[in-house]
Write a protein that binds this ligand. Structure first.
Ligand SMILES: C[S@@+](CC[C@H](N)C(=O)[O-])C[C@H]1O[C@@H](n2cnc3c(N)ncnc32)[C@H](O)[C@@H]1O
Length: 251
């Protein structure tokens, strides 16, 4: 039995894939790959396979927010795991059009909004699971974004992925150091954000690339408890309380 697509339908899918190009997510739509020559391989499927086990197979009825959803690969996967409401936001309208097309073709219902992470408060609700994958280092204000996610949309779990560069060990840091301490800042494993003024990998939106210690410290500082580190760049966190910041007495 021929279960393939009618040639006319296939041609119209191909045309739409081309109209919406370039794609960052390699998705298979109507048997056609959207980004077959991706520099990271079959991306993001090859990444997802390394941390998919961190989430329960069945997330029936859970509400999910995918921040920086791009063409919707992860949002669609969440629906396939049984999630109820899945909202995807992205600042780039072309990526959202890709997500709209990919989800419609897959028969999957996503709620999509063109919105920056800095505006998540406008969603006016919290979600059981927030995905924040591949966005942190694209932001000029990464800690503000984490704070806003904590305050407005994170109901329970946060799944985070960040590009990391530099040292991969996590030092024990003390609560405080004297003003005369300089050596500390020479240590490669000190939590560090590498500021990129111009471009990294040809991309002018790579702003702050953290080392591992910095990602973990920023998550804690924004009020997220790291529960699992299933893949080098990925963390599953649970929303907790924000550490109290006590102002020092005047000198
Ligand atoms: C490297 S892609 C990651 C896409 C997807 N989350 C993944 O992990 O495959 C970064 C995405 O974040 C989006 N983005 C960048 N800055 C954003 C912002 N301020 N608010 C929302 N989305 C943003 C980009 O448009 C892009 O779709």
């Amino acid at each position: 039995m021929n279960v393939g697509f009618h040639p006319k339908r296939k041609a119209s899918i191909r045309q739409r894939i081309e109209e919406l190009a370039p794609w960052f997510h390699n998705m298979t739509i109507g048997g056609m790959a959207t980004a077959p020559d991706h520099f990271l391989g079959d991306y993001p499927r090859c990444k997802w396979e390394k941390f998919a086990h961190a989430l329960p197979q069945d997330i029936a009825g859970c509400s999910v927010l995918d921040i920086g959803c791009n063409a919707g690969f992860y949002a669609i996967e969440m629906k396939r795991r049984g999630a109820g409401l899945v909202v995807g936001i992205d600042s780039n309208p072309r990526y959202l059009a890709q997500a709209e097309f990919a989800s419609t073709q897959a028969g999957i219902d996503l709620e999509l909004h063109q919105m920056s992470v800095y505006d998540v408060g406008r969603l006016g609700r919290k979600f059981d699971l927030v995905l924040f994958l591949g966005v942190l280092y694209h932001l000029r204000h990464p800690l503000l974004a984490l704070d806003l996610i904590h305050e407005h949309v994170a109901g329970d779990l946060l799944l985070v992925q960040s590009l990391q560069r530099g040292n991969d060990t996590v030092p024990k840091v003390r609560d405080d150091y004297p003003f005369s301490e300089w050596q500390l800042f020479e240590k490669a494993d000190f939590p560090r954000l590498h500021f990129v003024e111009h471009r990294y990998a040809g991309d002018p939106t790579n702003w702050f690339i953290p080392n591992r210690a910095a990602v973990e410290a920023m998550l804690r500082s924004a009020g997220f408890r790291i529960e699992m580190h299933p893949e080098r760049e990925v963390y599953l966190c649970r929303r907790g309380g924000r550490p109290e910041i006590v102002e020092p007495p005047p000198l």
